[in-house]
Ligand binder design. Structure first.
Ligand code: FMN
Length: 185
């Protein structure tokens, strides 16, 4: 099964992107995680562009649609989801009732340097994804004090978080397989 991994951070040394790189390693057998890298190419959402969507949006819609499931890793900015990630979800949610997130099985994780591990951002992201029609599975994985959990090369140092990722991805994959409208990639 192919699962897309979307980081909500554009930062070169992002802890959230590092968390998803760890998730690539933690993925259970039969699950292949692929990092998606189109976030920074997207224009701000503008409904006027829907009649002839930019190529970057077209790419987002095709690539998110072709994944059997998506795992998002979100930082927390001022207590919620960073604008860039919300923007991507907004593009993916349209056309209304036909967006690529509709019935897509998704899960959320997150890392922040604060002590709550982007918990509010994850809760908000789950709500937003649900409103866009996604099947949101699993709980949150709040990776707090992220600067202490990765080495200088961005490798995850925390074995417990690694195991949590494995469990989370196992749940995500099994929920995606069980989805009523599953289209095997
Ligand atoms: C604009 C901004 C707002 C932030 N607000 C929060 C916050 O509300 N809660 C929190 O835990 N960390 C907050 N942080 C710190 C981020 O958790 C930290 O920068 C983190 O490393 C971002 O994720 P990344 O490493 O994936 O880029 C904020 C950072 C920025 C730049």
């Amino acid at each position: 099964m192919r699962i897309l991994a979307v980081s909500g951070s554009l930062r070169e040394s992002s802890f959230n992107t590092s968390l998803l790189r760890a998730a690539v390693e933690a993925a259970p057998e039969g699950v292949e995680l692929e990092l998606w890298e189109g976030l920074g190419d997207l224009p701000l959402y503008d409904e006027d562009l829907e009649s002839d969507v930019p190529e970057s949006v077209q790419r987002l819609r095709e690539e998110w649609a072709s994944a059997e499931a998506i795992v998002f890793s979100t930082p927390e900015y001022n207590g919620s989801v960073p604008g860039g990630l919300k923007n991507a979800v907004d593009w993916a949610s349209r056309p209304a009732l036909q967006g690529v997130l509709r019935n897509k099985t998704v899960a959320v994780v997150g890392a922040s340097t604060g002590q709550f591990g982007a918990l509010w951002a994850q809760q908000d992201l789950k709500r937003i994804l649900g409103i866009a029609g996604a099947r949101v599975v699993g709980t949150e994985i709040p990776v707090s004090r992220a600067h202490e959990r990765f080495d200088a090369e961005g490798r995850l140092l925390d074995g417990e978080v690694f195991e949590e990722l494995r469990l989370h991805l196992t749940t995500l994959a099994s929920e995606a397989v069980a989805a009523p409208d599953r289209v095997a990639a």
